[in-house]
Design a protein around this ligand. Structure first.
Ligand code: ADP
Ligand code: MG
Length: 232
């Protein structure tokens, strides 16, 4: 069993059942799923230092227990190419957050590498009152939101289940290289599904998990955004 108790206990001690993006990402990294490089800066100087370390272009995101959907309030700025752009984005993110909720608790600003677009997928976990944790797979964007083209299994899943979850969605061809696009790394998706299943099985205190989006490439994948809600 992978130990994530330090992260869960910190949230509990602060009276939160919602994990911040860097916390959720730390958990999934421990379970073996690749993420974008990230660092949380407490002020502008730190954010600029981390942007240099990670390398341009970068993305900035608000880290606040009061902001769940970050881009809805102007809390995400992508593809920042230099120091001046980071400085401007930092100020805009802080003021957008304060405008949305004047007393919002701001933990910091997350700096991450700007990753190239691949094929977007999502993996989720929710709790079924009868069957316990269930895992969901789908393609990102309109495929999930409008077409509801997703597959579900009860956790824990086998490798065979993971393969079926991927191939049974209607949009499967998007992953295998339709219209001259390179095929996606299906093995990497299978691995991510198995890792999430293991996490949800071993830590049933997780009520909801959302990896949305995950960028999948011809080789490998990267989780771009992660959200975890705990029971209680
Ligand atoms: P939200 O809380 O609004 O879901 P996200 O972290 O998902 O915020 O960011 C919103 C969108 O910005 C993502 O769906 C993705 O398209 C883009 N994005 C976020 N982080 C990155 C990144 N590191 N590289 C490239 N694009 C990103
Ligand atoms: Mg998101």
């Amino acid at each position: 069993m992978t130990d994530i108790s330090d992260i869960l206990e910190k949230a509990k001690a602060e009276g939160r059942n919602y994990l911040l993006e860097p916390e959720a990402k730390e958990i999934i990294v421990r379970y073996g799923i690749p993420i974008t490089k990230i660092k949380v800066g407490g002020d502008l100087d730190e954010v600029l230092k981390y942007a240099e370390e990670i390398g341009y272009p970068v993305v900035l995101k608000i880290v606040s227990p009061d902001i769940i959907h970050k881009s809805d309030i102007g809390g995400v700025k992508i593809n920042l190419k230099n120091k001046a752009e980071v400085e401007k984005a930092y100020k805009e993110i802080i003021s957008a957050t304060k405008r949305f909720k004047p007393d919002a608790r701001i933990v910091g600003v997350l700096v991450q590498e700007f990753v190239p677009q691949g094929t977007e997928i999502i993996i989720g976990v929710s709790k079924d009152p009868q069957f316990g944790p269930t895992i969901m797979f789908g393609l990102g964007g309109i495929f999930v939101e409008i077409l509801e083209d997703v597959s579900f299994r009860i956790v824990p899943i086998t490798k065979r289940d993971a393969k079926e979850m991927i191939s049974e969605i209607k949009g499967y061809k998007v992953l295998t290289g339709a219209r001259g696009k390179e095929p996606c790394d299906i093995e990497a998706i299978i691995n991510a599904l198995l890792c999430v299943s293991k996490l949800a099985w071993e830590h049933q205190e997780i009520k909801e998990l959302d990896l949305n989006p995950i960028e999948v490439y011809s080789k490998g994948l990267k989780v771009v955004d992660a959200r975890i809600v705990l029971e209680g």
